[in-house]
Design a protein around this ligand. Structure first.
Ligand code: ATP
Ligand code: MG
Ligand code: MG
Ligand code: MG
Length: 560
């Protein structure tokens, strides 16, 4: 490509209100433009990076034997009703109605739709199957943020596996785990894989791939001593499990004025849609109270009623909790507090991980007499609670890092195959619903994550594997000999299969250099009259700034 013919609208100034580094640099370097909040146009340079990311993902998916599909982005409501998620997904799901009055959804994930296709599976002999696609997902995020990081319309590589039994699912899950590790390594995205919980997806196991980023909205707890990594909820649960006594010795952490006896106190998390809701659960006088610190109250209530059936929802004792929480400093006000007291039930108490509804993990205090007030408190900032605490495994103080989730893999179970009526005939004549897994990577979020972790004060520093171009030839001056030398090098590199852009613009050298650095092309070849007089061009590495002189005739070979 000749730069003079490309559309790369670089900006001299930092754009206003671009908070995240990746947002600012992708705008400045002419990769993206916003259409409206959460919706971005990808310009030609971004398309090149995106294509490379998709190629890496596709290669690794194919390598584990997955087959590529493309399912519709728009879905009939009935399918979502069948799984129960039409209601559960709440406001995050974009819904529309066609001219015949049929309710439709824009897909935010595709478990239901892939399961529908899977209903043509007939025999256990056809399993295992691993299917994937690159498809646009729509999510009406409450707060689109940070450029490509959190948008309302994005490409996801999502895959789905179908197996006869748990052992098969374990294998499919492990293969995806390894594939994801290879993908992020090839893309240059540093990740920690953390234990996470499954939420409404149901199922038994899930791992999130977290990339450190100041713009990330998740906190990952890591132990510099032994490498233990967990999301903050899991780390909190692990810590509090061994901390029963300390909790009581730290009344400022857990106290509600007026509460004298706590039968059970649990920290846990529930889900509405695929949104995580931080919860604190406690039982007072046989009343189990679930305090939702984040999330959509009405949705969760409905889910709980569905899940628990017999358990009656009592009118909220909420005022008391609300005022206790409201009195606390920190982020609680901002996240909003809703609450849902429900009558305690043996079936719920102490039970771990219900299939749907709220997961109540790690009930860790039982029959505790309190002589002082209990504060429902420090959940306002889990990071503060956990960071600095000794690691449960090795005692080293834990560190908290802001991270962004770049991938997520789930063991789903049979929820979707059962609700969509998928079953295969086994050798003994019985029918079995295949057990599913689902696995996602956000493609544009990966672009943002790469920029978050590969930049300097001059701009983006693309890893070679995903760079929009591998080499930029910066031609200094417009005299005929220089232009000819630049053109010859450009053609030879192109013929050698190098992705090269030739900056042939009539611009000052300073502009060309700063654009090349801002855009982040890994190698720059500077072709100018002064060098040519000595028979050399200069090759500069973007990542280090190191420059070497290379004889003109050797340049094409040396760069290949
Ligand atoms: P988050 O916790 O950041 O909201 P999620 O848990 O809702 O993400 P999943 O449903 O697990 O996301 O989807 C799989 C992947 O899709 C995520 O790991 C992420 O890479 C990407 N993704 C999810 N939501 C968005 C979004 N709003 N914008 C861009 N990418 C997204
Ligand atoms: Mg989300
Ligand atoms: Mg998440
Ligand atoms: Mg996720």
């Amino acid at each position: 490509m000749r730069w003079s013919q490309m559309f790369v609208p670089t900006l001299r100034q930092d754009p206003a209100d671009a908070d995240a580094v990746s947002h600012r640099l992708l705008l400045r370097a002419g990769f993206i433009r916003q259409l409206m909040a959460g919706h971005y146009s990808l310009l030609p340079l971004a398309i090149r990076v995106r294509a490379k990311i998709m190629t890496v993902i596709r290669e690794e998916m194919d390598r584990i034997g997955a087959q590529e599909f493309l399912l519709p982005a728009m879905h009939p409501a009935e399918i979502w009703h069948k799984s129960g998620r039409w209601d559960v997904m709440g406001q995050e799901m974009f819904r529309l109605r066609d001219r015949r009055g049929a309710d439709l959804a824009l897909g935010m994930t595709h478990e239901e739709i892939f399961a529908t296709v899977a209903s043509e599976l007939r025999s256990y002999r056809e399993l295992p199957q691993a299917w994937y696609q690159f498809q646009t997902k729509f999510r009406d995020e409450p707060r689109p943020k940070s450029g490509l990081m959190r948008v309302r319309e994005f490409t996801m590589k999502d895959s789905y596996t179908f197996d006869v039994d748990e052992a098969g699912l374990d294998t499919a899950f492990d293969r995806h785990y390894e594939a994801y590790r290879r993908i992020f390594e090839r893309l240059g995205i540093p990740v920690v894989a953390v234990e996470a919980s499954n939420g409404t997806m149901g199922g038994s196991d899930s791992r999130e791939f977290m990339c450190p980023s100041g713009a990330g909205e998740d906190i990952t707890i890591v132990c510099p001593g032994c490498g233990y990594a967990a999301n903050v909820e899991a780390a909190q649960a692990a810590l509090t499990a061994v901390e029963d006594v300390d909790l009581l010795d730290a009344p400022e952490r857990f106290a509600t004025p007026g509460v004298r006896t706590i039968e059970d106190l649990a920290v846990g998390h529930g889900f509405a849609g695929d949104r995580q809701i931080k919860t604190l659960v406690y039982v007072v006088d046989d009343q189990l109270t679930l305090v939702l610190l984040r999330g959509d109250h009405a949705l969760v209530e409905q889910k709980l009623v569905d899940a628990l059936g017999a358990i009656a929802i009592r009118p909220a004792q909420a005022e008391e909790i609300r005022s206790a929480l409201g009195a606390l400093p920190g982020s609680l006000g901002a996240v909003g507090v809703s609450e849902l007291p429900i009558v305690a039930d043996e079936a719920l108490r102490g039970r771990r991980g219900m299939a749907t509804g709220a997961n109540v993990d790690d009930v860790h205090l039982r029959g505790v007499e309190v002589d002082r007030d209990i504060v429902v408190g420090r959940w306002a900032d889990l990071r503060e609670v956990v960071a600095g605490e000794p690691c449960v495994r090795c005692g080293t103080p834990l560190e908290a890092t802001k991270t962004v989730e770049v991938g997520h893999i789930f063991k789903l179970g049979r929820k979707y195959s059962e609700s969509m009526g998928v079953s295969v005939l086994m050798a003994d004549g019985t029918r079995v619903a295949p057990i599913m897994g689902s696995y996602g990577i956000g493609v544009e979020r990966a672009i943002a994550a790469i920029v978050e972790t590969h930049h300097d004060d001059k701009g983006i520093v693309w890893p070679m594997a995903v760079a929009p171009f591998q080499v930029v030839i910066v031609q200094l001056g417009t005299d005929e000999a220089t232009a000819l030398a630049a053109r010859e090098l450009y053609e030879r590199l192109g013929n050698n299969g190098i992705e090269v852009v030739w900056d042939d613009r009539e611009e000052r050298p300073g502009v060309k250099f700063s654009d090349a650095e801002l855009v982040g092309i890994p190698l720059r070849v500077t072709v100018g009259a002064r060098g040519l007089a000595r028979g050399i061009v200069e090759v500069t590495r973007r990542s280090t700034g190191d420059t070497v002189e290379v004889p003109v005739e050797e340049a094409a070979v040396r760069l290949a």
